[in-house]
Design a protein around this ligand. Structure first.
Ligand code: AMP
Ligand code: MG
Length: 484
């Protein structure tokens, strides 16, 4: 095989044997590369610019794996909608850890590549639509400047997948700084062997938080650092109106990257209770609940890590509780600063919180579009759309204009700030739905057009693009399906 630039140095399989099972995959009769991420490929030091579709189809279906790949599936547990379950990669195979030319360690993993010892009753497969959704939304988050796992390729397998209906099958190749999840720690804690959880703590620190090596109280600091990463991540999601949809503990990484794009979507009209997942009847993972759920998940992480600490539990327990309780305080502070930046405020004054909430209340009552409202405000002039022809909004706008005068920088800087945090293009759910439907029927042009459109989400546009348009009432997609 040609040299594609892969350089594997896999360390995960040095963990105790409970953490993984080496696994094999079958041959795919008719693989077809549907989308390949040239930009990511180059960024991580791979050389695919001269390779043919056939080569890519064979590599990213697993028919022709590069040297150094030694497939395994990972064990983990998780609280799914609040209930603890033993899980594991039921349809994923890790290739190994690739080292980029600049020395960054990345997992490369297949999703939808067939059954594994953790598959339970599942078929181990994935449908084309959900894999392309993961590709689109993860690329969009990356372009928006939000920490995420990424998608290198999607290959259609030509095999039918049995779900509520028959769907075309696909395999996604995912790139992640690791696949260590809160659920990996819960799995380790459930092994009733202190050495197992201790080895995971050591491994995670070495891989993601090396500054903690040989530090006192490193376990407690690990909880704090993961907490801070998750605060930052959720604040970013809230900034762009992103709803993850399945924030189970197995879908939350220790690295702070967004992972496992299931029934996720960006909201159109602002609704703090918005849920897209068709199975989330209790609204557990609604937009506004995301910070609370993250905190709940982190408490599960802390409980697991505490089992690996030698010192007196009565001494460390209150400290760990303190860190988890701090989440709300740190989150509120960062969320307010973020919302302030969406309104061009460089620092917050006493009444700013009220100003922010008044706008959000108005938006909710008037079904204002989240993305469009903030982008329209980003010119700092009275916005044209009909929805703003409203007295309550006018009063709010005047107060905001006055407030902008207290900035210690020019109005132009405030405008630049707003335009750097308020995107004008997000992959709207109705467009994603149309793109996936076209792809399922063999037309991939809408997909490539959308991937180009979401490349520079903050860029000033000279003409209105169709991707900025809100869905018409008959185009609105109320639910997205896991499609697993
Ligand atoms: P997810 O909701 O995608 O995060 O998946 C939750 C768990 O179900 C994970 O352990 C997955 O590996 C497993 N899973 C999801 N879909 C399948 C499938 N088609 N076959 C086997 N396992 C699956
Ligand atoms: Mg998952």
């Amino acid at each position: 095989m040609r040299d594609y630039g892969f350089l594997f140095d896999t360390t995960y399989t040095n963990l105790p044997k409970q953490f993984f099972i080496k696994s094999k995959i079958g041959t795919i009769a008719e693989p077809k590369i549907v989308v390949f991420n040239d930009e990511l490929s180059e960024m991580i030091g791979l050389k695919f610019s001269d390779s043919s579709s056939t080569e890519k189809s064979n590599i990213f279906s697993g028919n022709d794996l590069p040297e150094g790949v030694d497939l395994f599936s990972q064990a983990y547990a998780g609280h799914q909608f609040g209930h603890f379950t033993m899980l594991g990669d039921g349809r994923a195979h890790v290739w190994g850890e690739h080292i980029t030319p600049s020395g960054i360690r990345l997992d490369i993993q297949f999703k939808g590549s067939g059954r594994t010892p953790y598959s339970r009753n599942g078929d181990g497969k994935a449908a084309l639509g959900p894999m392309l959704r993961e590709y689109i939304i993860s690329e969009s988050l990356f372009n928006l400047g939000i920490s995420t796992t990424r998608s290198l390729a999607v290959v259609s397998t030509g095999e039918p997948i049995m779900r509520e209906m028959v769907l075309p099958g696909a395999i996604l190749t995912r790139v992640a700084s690791s696949h260590i999840r809160v659920g990996t720690f819960e799995f380790a804690a459930a092994q009733s062997d202190k050495n197992v959880i201790k080895s995971l703590i050591e491994y995670t620190i070495k891989r993601h938080y090396p500054s903690l090596i040989n530090k006192d109280n490193k376990e407690l600091t690990l909880i704090r650092l993961v907490m801070e990463k998750q605060v930052d991540l959720i604040v970013h999601w809230m900034r762009v109106g992103f709803i993850h949809g399945v924030m189970n503990t197995d879908n939350m990484t220790i690295s702070g990257e967004t992972i496992d794009y299931g029934p996720c979507a960006f909201m159109d009209t602002y609704d703090p209770n918005k849920v897209f997942s068709s199975i989330d009847h209790g609204r557990r993972y609604a937009y506004d609940n995301q910070p609370k759920v993250a905190q709940w998940n982190l408490a599960r992480l802390a409980e697991s890590i505490l089992l690996g600490i030698e010192s007196n539990i009565e001494k460390v327990l209150p400290v760990a509780e303190g860190i988890i309780n701090e989440f709300s305080v740190v989150y509120k502070k960062k969320w307010l600063a973020m919302m302030g930046s969406k309104l061009g405020l460089f620092f917050l004054r006493k009444d700013d919180e009220k100003l922010i909430y008044e706008l959000l209340d108005w938006m909710e009552k008037n079904n204002a579009d989240f993305t469009k409202t903030f982008r329209d405000l980003s010119n700092a002039t009275y916005p044209h759309s009909k929805i703003f022809d409203d007295n309550q909004f006018r009063q709010w706008f005047d107060r905001w204009q006055n407030r902008l005068k207290y900035n210690d920088r020019s109005l132009q800087s405030a405008i630049s700030l707003m335009k750097s945090v308020n995107p004008n293009i997000i992959p709207r759910n109705h467009i994603v739905d149309q793109v996936l439907k076209s792809a399922e029927s063999g037309d991939f042009k809408p997909l490539s057009d959308l991937l180009i459109a979401i490349k520079e989400p903050y860029k000033e546009r000279t003409s209105i693009s169709k991707y900025e348009d809100l869905p018409k009432p008959n185009e609105q997609i109320l639910h997205t399906y896991c499609g697993t």
